[in-house]
Design a protein around this ligand. Sequence first.
Ligand code: TXA
Ligand code: MG
Length: 352
Amino acid sequence: MILEKTQIIKVSKNADTAEDIEKLKFASDVIKRGGLCVFPTETVYGLGADALNEKAVKSIYEAKGRPQNNPLIIHLSDVCQIEKYCYTKGVTGLDKLTNLMPAPLTVILKAKENVPKATTGGLDTVAFRIPQNACARKLIELSETPIAAPSANLSGKPSPTCVKDVIEDMYSRADVIIDGGDCEIGIESTIITLCEEPPVLLRPGKISYEKLCELLSDVHVSHAVLDSLKPGEKILSPGMAYKHYAPDKPVVLLRGKTDKKIKYVNEKALCEKIAVICYESDRDKIKCKDTLCAGNKDDNEAYAAKIFSLLRQTNTLNIDKVYAFLPKDTSGISLAIYNRLMRASAFNVIDL
Ligand code: TXA
Ligand code: MG
């Protein structure tokens, strides 16, 4: 930390009042001086530092307890900055993706030499993203540098999507925490690499696999999106190798017909102290006091928006296990819910 104490500052959604700009200038000054600033994005909160300052970047890894070979995404405020840090010439499909930006989408390209190896985790590629969130973009612009930012959680914990969860993990670790309210999407950006032919989807998110196929025609899905890795397996994204998103108590996923899931948890509730994450329409049928609601069955965007805060909420309950209902298929944003829940549960799925 470069400040004595973590400063919490509140900024409005549009980050456009004179007061907002003053506060963001203060935060950008911290970034320029090599400090750490937590900022809101439309996906999850990020723990940011100057991506070109190796010492500052190293302090991100330290604050999170993150392995140093797990690379960081650089956040830019405008598409025109991409070619400053990435080789873009002749990359098929890049224009199709940049047309979507700003977006909850991260693209991996070959890195230019000005991007420190501390930021790329030693790789010769770099992930970049232009956030939709106005406060995030304003902060980057005022900082006059790309901001390297992983999700602002302690390594392994669920990503924070509200300022309460940020404070839980990052108070006294970051110099500044910008409170920009709740993150609308609630699940991290889609990650795609254009360094492979065809491009490979490494992490699903709000920008869906179907949308990417529509734009790029052929996209592979890394098998690590839904499967566990074999020991020693070579992977395209180092983050896939680590335990992720886990609350304190074990998570078990239930897949299958709704009535079977309800019957299963009701039987378990008789002999185990459990919490259940389910849809609104199932709630009344579940005989367990700690039933956490993930929204309506036909609205998996709502499930995505809540999933991390629900997982964190289970830490406050007097329970031994968490059961979570999986969406009925993996289309659209449901693929992202599957991906996060698979990791949170260490691939513990029961098919009913
Ligand atoms: O929505 C998001 O993407 C959020 C917000 C703050 O922007 N950020 C985020 O960062 O989720 P993080 O560090 O928690 O997840 C980034 C993932 C990691 O799994 C990392 O391994 C992978 O992206 N990654 C970063 N650079 C990479 C690269 N050059 N090649 C392959 N994977 C990369
Ligand atoms: Mg993360």
